[in-house]
Design a protein around this ligand. Structure first.
Ligand code: URP
Ligand code: ZN
Ligand code: ZN
Length: 431
């Protein structure tokens, strides 16, 4: 099966150039101008941008969050992702009773070396948080076997203290969710993880969903002293702010997620952190709950509301329009943080996240002139809202290919259910 993508402007993490791309049996075979021959399928990309399919390394499909289950499964979630130009995801497990013992530590090795699962997640908060003593053991084990530890970094004791204080005073509206999880609770946890990783001899460390300038400050200081810490942020922390909790109750409930939305000034710091290379990836933490039912559990008490937002579909269009078109980051930087760096850190590169001969034919074609107002009606996630309702975007994905096959055309998912594949990932290696 031969597919030719003709005449587009190719964007990688380090260059922009005009070229054709020939995909043979799902794999990129040739990237050159004016490729001739006979093809099964030709996609005209003249006037369009051709990027590696997005790689979102932080989703929660089917996550059990106690009172509710995240509404996307692996079909609806990946179909929504594809409609937004994302062709690979790394799903994170939820939180549940957890402990660390020698048997579990030994199993990690098989997961990395035999099963192709090279990253693991620890929550420092929520019920069932993992203790620092156990985090050190996991860090040591993963360092030895080439695994990456990803951390939800918030100080549990600060959060619990504030949460109970607010609730006992009947301060139960969504704004108190944000106030109970202050930026310094993230800062403290980030700093602590950097110290634990140092104690283990610079164990590979990846902070998920960084939300605050305080947390970023700790990361910047650590990196300036030669420490290695990889950091992810998400569109919600770049583009939404805590004013949203002050609107009506249903509106506030939509944005109950952890860490919470921060101030507008924090948004700006994180954009700067991306631009200056302190933040390596933009993922989504996609974790959708409905407003009509799931989020209503927080009506009488913010702490009862399932935490999370949808976003797997919106990420790439937002980063293109709000990031590249508004001049906050270059197109190459967008490809780096949304495609190539995530693929590298999570052991999928250059099969995913890159456009070179030998990479999978996972490609998103963006029409930079298409104007779209984001609204729930356009979205494909199995949930009843988008957190970005009304955002006016310039540029939008028009075609998505996965392993050389067009799976999205003009915002319609046309891929076959079940054609997705588990990606066996390589051991962690540094950027
Ligand atoms: O609020 C969030 N982020 N929910 C999903 C689970 C997590 O913390 O990553
Ligand atoms: Zn988290
Ligand atoms: Zn998460």
């Amino acid at each position: 099966m031969k597919t030719l993508i003709k005449g587009g402007r190719i964007a990688t993490s380090n260059e922009l150039f005009y070229s054709d791309i020939l995909i043979v049996d799902g794999v990129i075979h040739q990237i050159e101008s004016n490729i001739s021959g006979s093809f099964d399928h030709v996609v005209d990309a003249a006037g369009k941008l051709v990027l590696p399919g997005g790689v979102d390394v932080h989703t929660h499909f089917n996550l059990h969050a106690g009172s509710a289950v995240a509404r996307d499964d692996f079909y609806t979630g990946t179909a929504a992702a594809a409609c937004g130009g994302t062709t690979s995801i790394v799903d994170h497990m939820g939180f549940g009773p957890s402990h660390v013992n020698n048997d579990i530590l030994a199993q990690l090795e098989d997961m990395v070396t035999k099963e192709g699962i090279s990253s693991f997640k620890i929550y420092m908060t929520y019920d069932y948080k993992v203790s620092e003593a156990d985090i050190l053991k996991v860090m040591e084990a993963l360092k030895a076997i080439g695994g990456l530890l990803t951390i939800h970094a918030e100080n549990h004791e600060i959060i619990e203290y504030l949460k109970h204080k607010f609730i006992s005073n009947d301060s139960i509206a969504p704004i108190y969710h944000a106030l109970s999880r202050p930026d310094f609770s993230e800062g403290d946890a980030v700093n602590r993880m950097i110290s634990l990783a140092a104690a283990v001899g610079e164990a590979p460390l990846y902070i998920v969903h960084l939300s605050s300038d305080v947390g970023l400050g700790h990361i910047m200081r650590a990196k300036k002293t030669g420490k290695i810490v990889y950091t992810e942020t998400c569109p919600q922390y770049l583009l939404l702010d805590d004013e949203r909790y002050k609107q009506d109750l249903d509106e506030g409930l939509k944005y109950i997620l952890s860490p919470p939305l921060r101030s507008f000034e924090n948004n700006g710091s994180l954009w700067k952190g991306i631009k200056e290379g302190y933040i390596q990836t933009v993922a989504t933490d996609h974790c959708p709950f409905t407003i009509a039912e799931d989020k209503q559990k927080g009506r009488e008490d913010f702490s009862k509301c399932p935490n999370g937002l949808p976003g797997v579909e919106e990420r790439l269009p937002l980063m293109f329009s709000e990031g590249v078109m508004k001049g906050r980051i270059s197109l190459e930087k967008m490809v780096e943080v949304c495609c190539s760096n995530p693929a590298k850190l999570f052991g999928m590169y250059p099969k995913k996240g890159e456009l070179v001969p030998g990479s999978d034919g996972d490609i998103v074609i963006i029409d930079p002139t298409r104007e779209v107002t984001l609204t729930k009606k356009l979205m494909h996630s199995n949930v009843d809202y988008t957190a970005y309702e009304g955002f006016k975007l310039k540029g939008y994905p028009i075609t998505t290919l996965s392993r050389g096959e067009v799976i999205v055309k003009d915002n319609e998912f046309i891929g076959q259910k079940g054609r997705g594949e588990f990606i066996k990932r390589q051991r962690f290696s540094h950027l």
